[in-house]
Design a protein around this ligand. Sequence first.
Ligand code: F6R
Length: 241
Amino acid sequence: MKIHVVENYDEMSREAADILADIVKNKPDCVLGLATGDTPIGMYECLVRMYEAGELDFSAVRSVNLDEYYPISPDNDQSYRYFMNKHLFDKVNIDKANTNVPNGRAEDADVFCREYENTINKLGGMDVQVLGIGRNGHIGFNEPETELKPYTHLTELTESTIEANARFFESEADVPKHALTMGIRSIFKARNIVILASGVEKAEAVKTMLSGNISTLCPASLLCLHPSVTLICDKAAYSLV
Ligand code: F6R
């Protein structure tokens, strides 16, 4: 794993955006694996600025997102589809037909998950997958468990994640209790992975991820098994390593 420790959130965002921008420039029809949450917002802002400056063209780019709450409607302002439209898709010239976010309204979640995995396969995997890290070491919605599911699946959120995500909802009770998420094997279909971490509240998770031990109890630690991972981490998130 390559580790870049940067000064702060803005520097992390710029570095991550530069990596994605290079991929888009070198391969205009690349497949971007995207994430939501607070962490990548600055990266999306940088990408939008590059697009507005005429440096980037998203017209042939394809994308697949990591996860989505379940059930949730795509026009719910807390859905990840809504988030992606707001922070990136509505602000650049990507063709929405080429964007994939798990369907929070799928009638049969298991059938949908199999289809989503097929979509990833048909796209030939991701050129890059962007990840954030949960305070408990989760990636996507792969929560710490003794066993993890390899492919896209329906999962139950842990109390820690519900609590962390409650800030986006009116109350903790409104946070959906389930999500559709790529599994670890789906994430590993990416040829490159960029994992971002910012802030002291991620320091414990970053420390465990980099401990040298690999455990499903810290899903991010499994990234050590992937051949091309870059961690971009600010000083606060790196402070316990
Ligand atoms: C988001 C996702 C989650 C977040 C993680 C960190 O698509 O899959 O794993 O990356 O919960 O969230 P933030 O960035 O809000 O701290």
